[in-house]
Design a protein around this ligand. Sequence first.
Ligand code: 13P
Ligand code: SF4
Length: 302
Amino acid sequence: WPVLEPEIDAIHRLKAEHNAVILAHNYQTPEIFHGVADIVGDSLALARKAAESDADVIVQAGVHFMAETSKLLCPEKTVLIPDLAAGCSLAESITADDIRGLRERYPGVPVVTYVNTSAAVKAESDICVTSGNAVAIVESLGVDRVIFLPDEYLAHYVALQTDVEIISWKGHCEVHERFTGDEIRQYREAHDDLMVIAHPECPPDVLEAADTVGSTAQMINAVTTRKPRRVLMVTECSMSDNVAAEVPDVEFIRPCNLCPHMKRITLPKIRQSLERMAPRVEIEPAIADRAREAVTRMLEVR
Ligand code: 13P
Ligand code: SF4
């Protein structure tokens, strides 16, 4: 991207100056994903890499809950998010009060919380999960019932794979809830040999119409290892853009929905955040200590 090179060079200089790393989620645009990121991955990989990093500064090229997770795991580091308004409809769908209400209604039932939530919600939870480890974490608890929050569709997907009873919540991802099973079937009719890979935040009829379901990293892995003739990645638009360069022989069929929150992160905002060392992510200590426990419990299991 010749026109972006000065911006990319400036970011590399600033990273070296501040001993900073850029953690980029798989939904970031290719110029961020391939151009400036040091570590890329799904929510689980980014959480693990944040915990292992010896940088002084983390720039989270992703949404706010991801930056909070990095801050929980690296309280001594400066964690920057290039746009504080980069939110998530799932994180918005539930509050700490909602969880306290559920605990009263279902006394003694463990609360298992998707990482796509605020630190305040994590603080009320027993353990976190990501889309890549949800079934394994639920089963690791050795209980008959769990409260699983806030994504109704991920909860439904987990319930299909375990005997543990799942009590769910009505949160949805505004990007994945827009896909439909009919749409997937139409693409199959129009394209021979189409491999359909869906994210578990999609509605149940979409997952039924898919060949494989997985976290964003598992979706990428399915394409790069199986190298299908044609693939449809039922998820955010940038995923196909980012992986297409690695598998030039695979044809990408692209119905895609943009995540407006992920798209708030841009190269100029990344540069500015490194120049100003702001906006920083801070978490109240009383919340941080409890939220960290829920995340580290997850990382200890898987
Ligand atoms: P992954 O953990 O699969 O990367 O998903 C995060 C996310 O926000 C999906 O919409
Ligand atoms: Fe949240 Fe959905 Fe955007 Fe992921 S794609 S950050 S779940 S709104």
